[in-house]
Design a protein. Structure first.
Length: 340
């Protein structure tokens, strides 16, 4: 790292935000314009691994948005539209996942390599610190490392896929962190939007309808096929099979679940594949779909995930994974409320 880069990194790290606005307060402020929303692309399909730095790779060699990522990007755009947030310039990294996050949300985008650049630079900071056009907000769709290395107070792991930091320019090469939109915020705001769009008692729609189902999987009973909101703990390579199991469970697709067991679960000599599939069919019939409440590491290679089923039953699933790659699952234990 050059001396300029090192000094730049120190200055950023030494300027944590004094206080952050809540998501609701951010929406009030954003209606006035004058802010930049630095948004990490929405959820991706992590079955594809790619090198760091910009590579002009074809789509199939890039990590692209998952179905949930597409739905989440559209939902955020609808939230901003419903709240009257004026959006001006929209820029993105040239990767498919960042450009498409912007396009699904706002219908337009220009790309710049500065939002894919791994090493921080003054040019990159100047881009983030640029003033929005009067009465508008700027949106920059980028990657976690760009946010972590430029935004004061943001540390690695703070911003998950789909989350955003709102900043305000305090000079040509300086910014102030104003607030953060977490996935829980988007989920709550989306629920409010759906409630406002629900048909009135007269049978006429009220408010803005989403038009593409219930985003963010915020109500499994109303949206049984909605994708899961995956917490950061389950997005790591060591725990990715746990998240994939829950997504496959919700699919209701027996063939897909069988393929998951063959690929991502260590064989159990005391239980045949047919027995495993019979257990899956019974659990799926009993519980319906699952939405994640919390996920907690309980010991090395073991994670307890608390869930709510669409049947109304609280469930805890404890996963145990291999200690080394490919981190297949060696244990999946269901515990229902009431000891079932």
């Amino acid at each position: 790292m050059t001396l300029v880069h090192a000094l730049f990194s120190v200055l950023v790290a030494a300027s944590p935000p004094d206080s952050l606005l809540s998501a609701d307060s951010l929406l009030v402020e954003l209606r006035k314009g004058g802010y930049t929303i630095v948004w990490r692309h929405t959820v991706t399909d992590r079955s594809v691994q790619e090198p760091m730095g910009y590579q002009n790779l074809p789509r199939f060699q890039q990590r692209n948005l998952s179905d949930r990522g597409v739905a989440d990007a559209k939902a955020v755009g609808l939230i901003f539209k419903a709240r009257g947030i004026p959006i001006g310039e929209v820029l993105a990294s040239p990767m498919f996942r960042t450009r498409e996050t912007a396009e699904y949300a706002f219908g337009r985008v220009r790309d710049t390599l500065l939002l894919r650049q791994v090493e921080p630079s003054l040019e990159q900071l100047r881009l983030i610190a640029a003033q929005p056009a009067p009465g508008t907000n700027r949106v920059l769709v980028t990657h976690h490392f760009v946010i972590e290395r430029n935004v004061p107070g943001i540390k690695p792991g703070d911003i998950a896929e789909g989350e955003a930091v709102v900043v305000r320019s305090t000079g040509p090469e300086s910014i102030r962190t104003v607030g953060i939109f977490k996935m829980a915020d988007w989920q709550r705001l989306s629920v409010q939007l759906d409630n406002a769009a629900a048909p009135s008692s007269s049978g006429h729609g009220a408010g803005l309808t989403t038009g593409h189902g219930v985003p963010f999987a915020h109500n499994a009973a109303l949206a049984p096929n909605a994708p899961l909101v995956i917490p950061p703990l389950l997005e790591t390579p060591q725990n990715a099979a746990m998240a994939e199991y829950l997504k496959t469970f919700n699919s209701g697709d027996t063939a897909r679940m069988r393929q998951f067991y063959e690929r991502s679960v260590v064989p159990n000599p005391t239980r045949t594949m047919d027995e495993r599939m019979a257990i899956y069919d019974r659990l799926r019939s009993q519980l319906g779909t699952l939405s994640i409440v919390t996920a907690e590491a309980v010991e090395a290679n073991k994670v307890a995930v608390k869930l709510q089923s669409s049947a109304g039953t609280p469930v805890t699933v404890t996963f145990t994974a291999e200690a080394q790659a490919p981190y297949r699952l060696v244990g999946i234990s269901f515990q229902m409320a009431g000891g079932g």
